[in-house]
Design a protein around this ligand. Structure first.
Ligand SMILES: Nc1ncnc2c1ncn2[C@@H]1O[C@H](COP(=O)(O)OP(=O)(O)OP(=O)(O)O)[C@@H](O)[C@H]1O
Ligand SMILES: O=P(O)(O)OC[C@H]1O[C@H](OP(=O)(O)OP(=O)(O)O)[C@H](O)[C@@H]1O
Length: 206
């Protein structure tokens, strides 16, 4: 059976395919997949899923390898081998508030998609905060009065800027990562070695 690679849909998918093509792997079936979520190339099977689900498929051994953001590993801490960074998907976490906003004296309300990372960040500071879980567009929360601030991913800073928010503190710097199922790495070592080496070596050069 061909090795199975789980790819994070969206941003990382596009960046991974460009990177993969640059290593002379065939990506035609992947580029022309339409709405298919499972695609085979000559050498691999690919599945396309949301980041947290990529870790689930790899953890359960459905996929041998996964391409996922470091933020997802930090948030969900799946039981997988975190093999190495890839040269795309760079971003970091930041605490942000409305420009000119003074933190309240009482318990801060922080909105985030990343409740685990947020909890850990404020716990390390010895601060107790109320965390409000959102699924996206978290920059809206302080503007609309749902929260005093947010914890979110920042890449260019454009989304914060265009919504009148400023960074209070940056922490945790991420890129995309290559992960592996623990048993696959032992049982399919020979089969997986060429792709792991190619991704790792080329990634390290960039
Ligand atoms: N602005 C960004 N710049 C760089 N990398 C990002 C950015 N936002 C997210 N990422 C990385 O890309 C991964 C996938 O993000 P993407 O926005 O495509 O999916 P998502 O967060 O699940 O959003 P959606 O629910 O809209 O699909 C994230 O886990 C993170 O590692
Ligand atoms: O610093 P920037 O380059 O502006 O990127 C940061 C934005 O990108 C992500 O949002 P995404 O586009 O994934 O939408 P979402 O809010 O629905 O998660 C993140 O949550 C920020 O909102």
């Amino acid at each position: 059976m061909k090795p199975c690679i789980a790819l994070t849909k969206g941003r990382l998918e596009k960046q991974f395919l460009d990177f993969f093509a640059s290593l002379s792997f065939d990506i035609d079936p992947l580029v022309n997949k339409g709405r298919k979520l499972r695609v085979e190339t000559d050498d691999f099977q690919f599945i396309f899923a949301k980041g947290p689900d990529v870790t689930t498929y790899v953890e359960h051994g459905i996929a041998d390898l996964g391409i996922v953001g470091g933020d997802i590993l930090a948030e969900f801490q799946p039981d997988v081998y975190d093999l190495f960074p890839l040269p795309f998907g760079q971003c970091h976490m930041a605490v942000a508030t409305e420009a000119g906003k003074v933190w309240p004296d009482q318990k801060k309300k922080i909105a985030s998609k990343y409740t685990g990372i947020t909890k850990e960040f404020f716990r390390n500071k010895g601060e107790s905060v109320e965390i409000i879980k959102l699924e996206g567009s978290v920059e809206l929360a302080p503007i609309l009065g749902l929260a005093d601030g947010i914890v979110d991913i920042v890449e260019t800073g454009t989304t914060l800027k265009e919504n009148g928010l400023v960074v209070q503190e940056e922490f945790l710097y991420f890129s995309a990562r290559c992960i592996a199922n623990r048993s696959s790495l032992k049982i399919k070592r020979k089969q997986l070695a060429p792709i792991i080496e190619a991704l790792q070596q080329e990634g390290a050069l960039r």
